[in-house]
Design a protein around this ligand. Structure first.
Ligand code: BEZ
Length: 391
């Protein structure tokens, strides 16, 4: 019961300069997790929240000494509902932190609301450049990548393998388009040519007409961005159309991430570039994979790693301010300076709050993404248009 005596006591604590939550340590930090739990990206959402929850459990369910409560919302990868969904979490559910999402179009709606309400937002997957480009902000962080980061290095890899004319195919939305643009930049700088850019509406998986077109164009290779359920369908259809042996399939690693079991044999031999691989021979990766498997009874993938690292980033930042989410300047500056020994390797953050990380060249062999080499070391997105980047 709140008596006059407790009120006086609370007043004394507040006057002593303690943050409001210090009183009895009862108030929890509320994290609004907005991810797709249905649709083509459902498995990515599940992995993301599992990674976050693993990090949290390793910190005794507390960040900065305060208990954490997670409020979840299925964003269904629907950009149209993103602003109202994010507003509901912030205004209706009173979350302190916005965590999400997978789909870049949805992330854009969340960024808008996070900026307007000055809410700390951590993006555990979506790669849209604007979030850490023109729309970068002190309160917006990303634990994943821009679409450019894994795609650009594949350009040189493709050229060095002797490919000169490449056709690209992706879903027609910002993540797909920026992934193709990244590959094209790297490939054409090396001397190759993207001869045709094919797009399919998101999240369609009817590829027959597109595959017939690719067969008639006879490029040296195909570069693609698909992920989740759509990636499974595309790789199977590509093989079934008889293209696999004659026209090598390349991709950003999302194509073969978390999809290999469902695809099976048709994935064998696919080359991709990504900031993670299950098979990375790093102590932090081995530890993470063992702990994830113990907690959930299944193997993690990149999307789990990104959720986990987002949790670790919050643990460091909130640790520095003893859980006071309102100590924004110190919280953000601590997050910005964070360096993680991530399952993916060394992970630091650029002034735009985007990861700086190695990009690995991987090949699918016996149902696993095997690391062939580091395709590009410590890759930092140019973050074009971000005013927080040094001139
Ligand atoms: C995106 O929309 O940004 C995205 C979706 C799936 C995998 C990677 C990126």
């Amino acid at each position: 019961m709140l008596t006059r005596r407790t009120v006086i006591k609370l007043g004394a604590v507040a006057a002593a300069g303690f943050p409001r939550f210090a009183i009895g340590q009862t108030a929890k930090i509320r994290i609004g997790v907005m991810l797709p739990f249905t649709g083509t990206y459902a498995s990515l959402g599940e992995m993301g929240i599992s990674g976050l929850k693993l990090a949290l459990s390793q910190h005794g369910n507390k960040f900065g000494g305060r208990e954490v409560e997670i409020v979840t919302l299925d964003d269904e990868s629907d950009p149209a509902r993103a602003p109202s969904n994010a507003t509901k979490l912030i205004k209706g559910d009173n979350v302190d932190i916005l965590f999400g999402t997978v789909h870049s179009g949805v992330a854009m709606g969340m960024v808008k609301v996070a900026r307007e309400t000055n809410t700390l937002m951590v993006i555990p997957n979506a790669g849209v450049a604007a979030a850490t480009g023109p729309l970068c902000a002190p309160n917006i962080f990303r634990s994943s990548m821009t679409m450019w980061q894994p795609a650009f290095p594949m350009g040189k890899v493709a050229y060095d393998r002797g490919y000169r004319n490449v056709v690209s195919i992706t879903w027609k939305y910002v993540a797909g388009e920026e992934s193709i643009a990244g590959f094209k930049e790297g490939f054409e700088a090396a001397g190759g040519k993207v001869v045709k850019e094919i797009t399919v509406p998101f999240p369609d998986v009817e590829f027959q007409a597109n595959l017939a077109e690719i067969a008639s164009l006879k490029p040296d290779a195909v570069f693609t961005f698909f992920s989740g359920g759509g990636a499974v369908k595309f790789v199977k259809d590509y093989a079934a159309a008889g293209l696999r042996k004659s026209i090598p399939l390349l991709g950003s690693g999302f194509l073969t991430e978390g999809t290999l079991e469902a695809i099976g044999e048709p994935a064998e031999g696919i080359l991709t570039t990504l900031h993670y691989a299950d098979t990375l021979d790093l102590p932090a990766n081995k530890k993470f994979r063992a702990e994830f498997k113990k907690a959930y009874g299944k193997d993690p993938d990149l999307f789990a790693v990104q959720g986990y690292d987002a949790g670790e980033l919050l643990a460091v930042g909130l640790g520095a301010v003893k859980g006071d989410v309102n100590a924004k300047t110190e919280l953000y500056s601590s997050m910005e300076r964070t360096v993680l020994d991530s399952p993916r390797g060394h992970l630091a953050f650029s002034p735009s709050h985007n990861p700086i990380q190695d990009i690995y060249l991987r090949e699918v062999r016996k149902g696993q993404n095997i690391v062939l080499n580091v395709a590009a070391k410590a890759v930092s997105d140019p973050s074009r248009g971000c005013k927080m980047m040094p001139a």
